[in-house]
Design a protein around this ligand. Structure first.
Ligand SMILES: *Cc1c(COP(=O)(O)O)cnc(C)c1O
Length: 394
């Protein structure tokens, strides 16, 4: 029986890598802080050199700490295997560059994480890959976009910054009929809240910088998929070289041990804060998949077990009032990123100002009074009180 059939996720994050613990004879994992590993003799060296994903040959190819993270992540996502990279963008770029070639067609969403959108708008077209951008909430748009040369569909749900969802099962059904690969960025949900592979997704990518690491101290990425696809992706990975350092892999491993408990509290805190915000007279609107008012709340309940840390909301007021609100918050730090133990907040329009003009912001769904709040593990009553005192200052 496989680990992920035998154990619940709280147990998996602690024990899925136990064979390495037994080998090492330690309770806490060892950190293999080495770029290269010696063979006993040249026959063993020849074998190491020709073994894909060897965990003890050269760290760009693999490392025992990577191996432990891979075991846990594959079990959490329910895939056969996983790969680790130096960042979430490293994971996304590696997957895309290993899967598509000149002349292929890719379908992606109208909103994506900013750097992913840039790959779709600029990088893939530069290599002669055709890209069609569709409204992720419109299933027929995906169907209409499919062409004979469609190779891959990239999904991200919930999506940054609007928190709109994509119907994973519906899109994979469309894709499967035509042999199209589906890749999903599961960063905003985490494997605790959403398992895209169960809904037919072929490759799952994560920015492990967020929930998986969970402490805002590393950048890392994870790719979860089948053995067959992992082999192809790993081959490209060794050329692209988005390598996770052994120390950062160790911090990621430490973060994973508490992922289920952190997510439980984060889901609770964020839903409570979203409901609280919705009842404040100074707030114009709140977007959170867990709210009944979210336009895709039924889909959220169907494909998610919890709704994550990120709440997007609009202040009744202009750009300056929103700036005053964000600056007046004491507990949530004014910083990018999400999914850490501490609450973080950003004035969305301020973040995108240097990248998009006003019209583009409107299209991307980022009005000047928009705030993105990533809820941490603080006591919910303290977070509510902090928001209240800041709203009084707008
Ligand atoms: C942060 C993020 C990324 C990029 O990850 P990095 O670890 O910063 O490279 C990709 N997708 C989503 C949804 C993200 O939130």
């Amino acid at each position: 029986m496989k680990n992920n059939e035998k154990y619940n996720r709280e147990t998996l994050v602690l024990h899925a890598d136990h064979e390495w613990g037994e080998k090492e004879g330690t309770v806490a994992p060892a950190i293999y802080y080495t770029s290269t590993f010696p063979a006993k003799d040249s026959a063993e060296f020849a074998e190491m050199a020709s073994t894909p994903q060897h965990p003890q040959y050269y760290t760009r190819y693999g490392n025992p700490v990577h191996e432990r993270v891979k075991m846990i992540m594959a079990d959490l996502e329910g895939t056969e295997t996983a790969l680790v990279t130096g960042s979430g963008m490293g994971a996304i770029t590696t997957v895309l560059l290993s899967m598509v070639a000149t002349g292929d067609h890719v379908i992606a969403q109208k909103s994506h994480y900013m750097s992913t959108a840039k790959i779709m708008d600029e990088m893939l077209p530069r290599f002669g890959v055709e890209v069609t951008i569709v409204d992720q909430t419109d299933l027929s748009a995906f169907g209409d976009a499919i062409k004979p040369n469609t190779k891959l569909i990239l999904l991200e749900t919930p999506v940054n910054p609007t928190l709109l969802l994509t119907d994973l099962a519906a899109v994979t059904t469309l894709a499967k009929e035509r042999g199209i690969l589906v890749v999903a960025d599961n960063t905003f949900a985490s494997p605790i809240n959403q398992r895209p592979h169960d809904l037919g997704v072929d490759v799952i990518v994560h920015s492990a910088t967020k929930y998986l690491g969970g402490h805002s101290d590393i950048t890392a990425g994870v790719i979860c998929t089948s053995h067959e696809l992992a082999e192809v992706i790993w081959d490209t990975h060794t050329s692209i070289g988005s390598v996770l350092s052994p120390m950062d892999a160790w911090l990621l491993l430490r973060g994973l041990r508490t992922l289920p408990v952190r997510m439980e509290r984060i889901n609770y805190n964020a839903l409570a804060l979203a409901e609280f915000l919705e009842n404040q007279p100074e707030i114009e609107s709140v977007s959170y998949p867990g709210l009944v008012s979210h336009p895709q709340h039924d889909l959220a309940k169907q494909q998610m077990k919890g709704f994550g840390a990120v709440i997007a909301f609009a202040i009744k007021g202009d750009y300056a009032a929103t700036q005053r609100f964000v600056s007046a918050l004491n507990l949530s730090l004014n910083a990018v990123s999400l999914g850490g133990v501490e609450s973080l907040v950003i004035h969305s329009a301020a973040m995108w100002e240097g990248h998009l003009n006003e019209e583009q912001m409107k299209v991307a769904g980022i009005p000047p009074n928009y705030v993105r709040y990533s809820v941490g593990l603080e006591h919910i009553e303290d977070l509510k009180a902090d928001v209240l005192q800041a709203l009084a200052k707008i």
